[in-house]
Design a protein around this ligand. Sequence first.
Ligand code: URA
Length: 209
Amino acid sequence: MGKVYVFDHPLIQHKLTYIRNKETGTKEFRELIDEVAGLMAYEITRDLPLMDTTVETPVATAKAKVLEGKKLGIIPILRAGLGMVDGIKQLIPTARVGHVGLYRDPETLQPVEYYVKLPSDIEERELLVVDPMLATGGSAVEAIHSLKKRGAKNIRLICIIAAPEGVELVTKEHPDVDIYLAAQDERLNEKGYIIPGLGDAGDRLFGTK
Ligand code: URA
C-alpha cells in the first residue's frame, strides 16, 4: 500500500498559511507555491543515492560524495501543476519535465487525456507527478495511469493540499505510488472544492477566473 507523508516542516506550514489566505495576490501566490514545492522536493529527495568520490580542495584531497545520478522527471498535471515545476527545478536542474493534460468529460464527468508529452526514457526515471490540489483524485489517478501505460515504473505524487477522498482513491487505484502533502484537509464540498483548501489553484496561479 502506498504511503502518505504530510510534511510538518515549519517553513512549509508557515508558507502554506499565506497560500491559503484569500488576500494573497497572484504574484505572491505563485512565489509561495514554488517555494513550498521546492521545500517538499528537498524532503522527498532525502533518499537519493550517493556515491563516493574525492575532491581537491585548495589544501588537500577530501573524501566526498556526489549524487549517483538517478534520473528524475517532473510531470505537472496541466494546468495548476505547472506552478510547482520551477521550485523543484531549482533544486534538481537536470530533471526532465513531461506534461499530462486532462479535461473532464461533461457527460461522463471522467477525466480524459488531451495532451501527453514525456521524456523518451520514462521507464528509467523516478517521476514526481505534481498537482497542487488532490481533490477527488480522478485526475491524479488518470495521469498516473497514462504514465504507467507508457512504461513508467517509479512514480511519486506531490500535492500541496489533499482531501481525504483523493488520497483514498489514489492509494486504492495505485497502491505502488507514495503521496507527499503539505496538508490533508477536511473534505470536499458539493462543488468539488477542498475545504478549507485555498480556492482554485489554477485561477490563483494564472490570475484567471
Ligand atoms: N482544484 C482546485 O484548484 N481547488 C480545489 O479546492 C479543488 C480542486
